[in-house]
Design a protein around this ligand. Structure first.
Ligand SMILES: CC(C)(COP(=O)(O)OP(=O)(O)OC[C@H]1O[C@@H](n2cnc3c(N)ncnc32)[C@H](O)[C@@H]1OP(=O)(O)O)[C@@H](O)C(=O)NCCC(=O)NCCS
Length: 174
């Protein structure tokens, strides 16, 4: 499978239907979903729907979350990438948001940070984006830690579907 980016330990490529089992392992884990709507998936059909939606985003926006693959084992360990938001969120529209999600057994290895660094570089240099945003639940310490390591600045807290959520920004200059 053709990859888009390569880091020291990872390949990043488009997510495809061969990833169903790996994404199901990740997204059926309640710990993984604790700070993201708290609604883990219960069937592989739900993952198929997500992958279909991602394929649509690749076609429409040229970019979406990418599969993160361990170079040594070829396992899809999670996803990370830029999602294009056309519709308004926190009074902002037409922007790119960085997101990431990994199987729990792969937390604490630096993969989220490593993948995100490559994605941010791609966004700022190849796509010429000026500002990339990130949103995360107030109590999602692991995610906030990643954003801070990447250099994101906390901007404000806003109400995201009833949950208090942190809004972060990283500009090209920074
Ligand atoms: C958010 C999430 C991706 C963070 O993953 P993570 O593994 O904690 O993040 P990192 O990649 O930064 O790795 C963290 C730790 O790995 C450690 N590590 C181990 N080996 C490492 C290596 N070779 N290189 C770098 N770091 C390494 C680091 O010490 C780091 O901890 P520190 O920053 O406190 O020193 C993960 O918790 C997750 O998938 N959560 C569920 C989904 C979610 O909430 N997504 C975000 C929604 S906003």
């Amino acid at each position: 499978m053709e990859f888009i980016l390569e880091t020291e330990r990872l390949y990043l490529r488009k997510i495809n239907f061969d990833d169903v089992d790996d994404l199901f392992e990740m997204d059926s884990d309640p710990e993984v979903h604790k700070f993201i709507e708290n609604n883990p998936v219960i069937s592989k059909d739900q993952i198929v729907e997500v992958i279909t939606m991602l394929n649509q985003q690749y076609d429409e926006n040229g970019i979406a979350r990418w599969a993160v693959v361990d170079k040594l084992t070829n396992e899809c360990i999670g996803w990370a990438g830029l999602k294009y938001f056309r519709e308004p969120l926190n009074n902002k529209s037409d922007f790119y948001e960085l997101g990431y999600r990994f199987k729990r057994k792969h937390w604490g290895k630096g993969y989220a940070t490593e993948a995100s660094q490559a994605i941010l570089k791609y966004g700022f240099q190849n796509l010429n984006i000026n500002s990339i945003f990130a949103i995360t639940h107030l109590e999602n310490k692991n995610s906030i830690n990643v954003l801070q390591k990447l250099g994101f600045q906390f901007k404000e807290t806003f109400d995201y579907e009833g949950d208090l959520t942190n809004w972060f920004e990283l500009t090209k200059k920074q």
